[in-house]
Design a protein around this ligand. Sequence first.
Ligand code: FES
Ligand SMILES: [Fe+2]
Length: 349
Amino acid sequence: MIEESYQIHAAKYPAECTFSESDWNALANMWYPIALEEDIAEKPVALSLLDVRLVVARLGDEYVVAKDLCIHRGAPLSAGWIKNSCVVCPYHGYEFGADGKCTKVPCDPDWKIPAKVRLETYLHTVKYGLIWVCLSGDPQNQLPEWEPEADNPAYRRFHMGPEIWDCSAGRAIENFIDNAHFSFVHQSSFGQESSATMGTEYEFEMTDNWMTMEFEYLATNPSDSPISNEAELKRHMHRTLYFPFCTRTCISYPGGREHIIHINITPVSARKAQLIVVFTRNFDHDVPVEKLLEWERKILGEDRVIIEMQKPEEIPLEISAEVHAKADKASIAYRNWLRKVGLGRSFTA
Ligand code: FES
Ligand SMILES: [Fe+2]
């Protein structure tokens, strides 16, 4: 069990949950990247994970992640503020520290505050500038590995999001292990139909925590692309899916240039997924970040349009419910993994 300075609670299956209880229980056992550190600053922030409403705040040197509900009269702490490294409830001003304990009840300063007056704090950690949360307190998956680019000054970092897409986290991440869509979904950016067979036969490995695949794709970028102004670029792609919803894709171009895309998806509810996409790259350092982001937003926007239209919104875990070509072997393995960890026949995340 992980030792922390705060009490680790196991969240309970929420009322009005959009997941089946068994799916929720399986998904609550995982780490999710719920926020960028830089977005958690002067105020408590409201976020949702698996239909659990959370308050996230920076209190001095620590973060607190808790149920967004004051035990006194049920006000949301995210509507409050921060004072003296405590979250202050907006209703009667009770103050709660990073360990979750109530330190002050302004209307009754002499009260020996019972232990019950506290936040329901959840297991969290910080890695790669992201705050990761596990609602059960007993994570069964591993955090991604961002090597060698993590903290390496040769790689410039920028990001897109967080943004909420109207889709399940499963459909969203499955798109990012699918190589056969480039030549169609991305025809207005880097894809072209004549490359349709590229990347469809790939090297593939899998463990209980991740799967990797390696392949090449001939990207045809328009002249306004910020990728070093080359019209045709053979991309070598090495991708790892960290179960359940994060990928790291290293795109290598000739000359040692690496563009790495870290897709970090959090299931907000069964049909809402939050994306935080972090990019790291060791070239084009003179191109303004805004220009690079414009290009990435265009590409991810192309993905988003198609993902938000997919039916059913959930991934059918019954393999025979959809058809599968050879390019889909990673997605079949992924669906089998979801079943293995306890998700239902029609996965609702
Ligand atoms: S509801 Fe939070 S202090 Fe009363
Ligand atoms: Fe795509």
